[in-house]
Structure formats: C-alpha cells, structure tokens
Ligand binder design. Sequence first.
Ligand code: HEC
Ligand code: HEC
Length: 443
Amino acid sequence: MTSLASRMIPALAALLPLAAVAAAPAGTANAASAAPPALVAGHSAGASAPAAVSVSTHAGTPALSDAAALGKHLFFDPALSGSGKMSCATCHSPEHAYGPPNGLAAQLGGPDLREQGTRAVPSLRYTLNNTPVWSHARAASLTERLEDPDNAPVGGFGWDGRFNHLHDQAVFPLFAPNEMANKDAATLLDTIAHASYAPQFKAVFGEHVFADPGKAFADAMQAIERFELEDPSFHPYTSKFDYYLDGKVQLTARELRGKKLFDDPKGGNCASCHIDQSGADGSHPMFTDFNFQALGVPRNRELRLNADPTYYDLGLCGPIRTDQSADRKNCGLFKDPSLRNTATRHVFFHNGRFHTLKDAVRFYVERDTQPEKWYPKDRHGNVVKFDDVPAAFRVNIDTTDEPLTRKRGDKPVWDERDIDDVVAFLETLNDDYREHDATGVRR
Ligand code: HEC
Ligand code: HEC
C-alpha cells in the first residue's frame, strides 16, 4: 500500500516518512475515537500530537477535537486539488451519506475534471471507525473456513483493502491523476499555508509547523483522519432500523418480511455477509463483515478503461493494489460494503455496473438461473458468465454461498414481490428517518 503511494507520487515519497503498514496488528484499523489523536496504533509517523483536545460534550454530542475541526476544513476545501474545484466532499458528498452525489459509475477528476476514475465511490458512513486492519488469516464464510481454513482476507480501506489507516488512505486521492491531482506535496502545503484556516493549522500543530514539510504533511493527513473518525455526521445512527433496534419504532409487515428474506440462510442469505445483528456490546450492526468475495459482477462498459479488452480490475490481486497479486485466489475479490444508506445510491458494486438497488438485488437472484440476462454472448452465441474476470480466475467466483449456488433454468430464490420487500427493508437503513422527529425520537 505504501509502495503504491510512493510509486504514484515520487515527489511525495521523498518528502514523507509514510507509515509502513506491512504486518497488520490485531484490532481495528483505527483505534476507537477515544484513542489519543495522532497516536493511532503507534503510527504517528512524524505527526505531532495536536495541542489541545476538547472532550467536552454538549447535549450528548461529543465536540470535535481541534485537529478534527481543522480536518473538516481540509476535507471540504476544493483548493486542495489540481483543478482547484475538487474536494474530498465532491465525491464523498455529506448530503449523500458521504457517497457519490450522482449515478456515474466512476467520478470525473484530474486537472480539468475530465479524467475518469476506475471504481464507484463508497459511502464513508459507519465503516471508518469499524473497519478491521487488513489481514489474510480469517475465513470469509463457513464454507470457506471448512474448505480453506487460513487463507481468507478481511479488512482495510478501499474496495481492495489496501490501506490500514485513514491518514495513509487520504494521500491517495490527493495525488491520483484522475482524482484531486495535486502536483506535489510542496504545492499542496503552500495552498494550506495560505488558506483561511492556516492560523488554525498553526494553533493545532505549532507556530513553525510549515518549516518542516514532512511533518506538516503528516499533520494534515492526521487532521483529516480525526475529522473522519470524530465527526458525528459519519455515524449518526438515525435510520428507521436503528430506532427499531432501540424499540422506538416498528417495522411494517413488508419491511419485516424483507428482513426475514434477507436473513434466511437457505434463501437470500444476505445477512451472512451483510451482518444485521447487533454486537454483543449492543452496538448496532454495520451490514458488512469486511470480508472479501468475488461475486462476478458483469463488466461495466461505462468505464473507459474497459474499452481495453486486456484490462481487468481484479481487486485484491491488482492492478491498483500490488502486494497481494502473487496469490491467485485473490483475483476478482472485493470488500463487502456496508448496506447502510445503500438505498440512497444510484451506483452499485465496485465497478458501478448497476444503477438501481432493485437491479443490484436482482443480480444476486438471477445471476445463475438466468445468466443470459446479465452477461454478453461471445461470437458463437455462448453466454460469457463472469465476463469481468479472465477465464483463468473464474474459479474464484463465489458459487458456494446461497443464493449463488443455483443452475441455469432453476427457479430464482426470490420473485419480484420478494425483491420489492427486501428493497423496502434496505430502505429502513437510510439515515435521517424523519417521521418520528415530532414524537421526540432522537439520539
Ligand atoms: C474523484 C472522487 C474522489 C475524491 C475526490 C475522493 N475520493 Fe475517497 N474514494 C473514492 C473512490 C472511487 C474510492 C474507492 C477507492 C478504491 O477502492 O480504490 C474511495 C475510497 C475512500 C475511502 C475508503 C472507504 C472504505 O470504507 O473503504 C476513504 C476513507 C476515502 N475515500 C476518503 C477520502 C478523502 C479523505 C478524500 C480527500 C482527501 C477523498 N476520499 C477524495 C473517490 C474519491
Ligand atoms: C458471500 C457474501 C455476500 C452475500 C451472501 C451477499 N453479499 Fe452483497 N456484497 C458482497 C460483496 C463482496 C459486495 C461487493 C462486490 C463487488 O463490488 O464486486 C456486495 C455488494 C452488495 C451491494 C452493493 C452495495 C454498494 O454500495 O455498491 C448490495 C446492494 C448488496 N451486496 C446486497 C446484497 C443482498 C440483497 C444479498 C442477499 C441476496 C447479498 N448482498 C448477499 C458480499 C455478499
């Protein structure tokens, strides 16, 4: 992961002691927000501890630390891009659960905002302070655990889990030529040093912070991380489902029926990966187990790179992630995303292949029973199932977890009414459930 960053941005690598995160320690990728700022899992890496950390609370809402308040400025500042027009929030829109503001399969960035990205923008809600560090030691499902006891990957940030820390992850979009496309770290720091919030930067990290560019840059990345971990807007728990778990509202008969279908291990089996049970400590579920799976999502012609028939985005085994390619069993695997707020999205799966939630759900149901509906035909008229993975790696695609076990012509696990009910259940995962504000249901 660090090697990737250094490969893409040599100017930065020279400047920075980027934290090397080779061996992943146990625990979560980011220590809980209670951990001292800038000392997350010992990866302070040149960043100084922010001066003051306010921990006072008001009306149950923890105040942001000074570093996090500064990070908020950085997250929303379009000046921190080659185009001068793109901030983190351009792609991770707070009005869209920090997901994409539109239905584009991948966003347009770069110096003139015309370079296309390669993957769909994930929501940043809920997962950031819950994502385990990358590890390759646990099984993705019971079936896999039985077949392959010690070789299934979990955790890390990005669809391919290549970053263990938010302060490392933030470097990537800032310098990616098709995203924020900053020229180099020196230019970026110069912009920060002249921003309206520069005095705040000095107040938090020291009057002479800009004299040491390596440290100033690491401090900026730490500030972004603090904002992402601390700001309540990343984990509001205001969905109907959260209120339901707290016993404050009822789900409708239809939503409950959808949940049952979602849970049924012999039916949809969705909850085996998109966990919907509360934790032992009462924590509300994330709707992901942070494992990796190859689902065989069809190739998306909307992605310009896919015009090249030899290009494949194979997730864990590359080409963006580079440290896991040796293990061919990794090819085609992507991280299980949270389904919270998924019903607000207009683009689904790592390659943005689907644009309605119904289609995304229908794909699970009909992938195997009606493959001709989802995959193109070759020149002999044969359906090319799993066409976004080279033939050699199609063995990696999940055909053992329900409902992905069926054969062509079998009855699909759900009919249209079932799909509608599951979608109704998934809609209860949208934040900002308003109906009950009037009756005082707030957190
Ligand atoms: C041009 C659109 C774009 C911009 C701008 C952008 N991102 Fe992202 N972000 C993405 C995409 C696409 C991914 C998925 C990347 C991947 O899997 O390789 C992503 C992934 C992430 C993730 C991982 C989430 C997870 O749960 O795995 C985090 C965190 C994140 N971005 C934070 C940021 C921050 C902080 C900034 C600003 C410094 C930023 N992003 C700017 C598009 C963008
Ligand atoms: C074996 C684990 C597994 C099971 C079972 C599973 N999913 Fe998924 N789900 C994933 C993974 C992995 C992805 C991302 C795959 C990709 O993008 O290539 C995903 C993606 C999704 C997405 C797209 C979310 C987004 O933000 O792009 C939706 C919606 C979804 N799943 C719903 C369901 C439903 C409904 C079921 C039950 C019918 C289900 N899943 C069963 C692992 C699973």
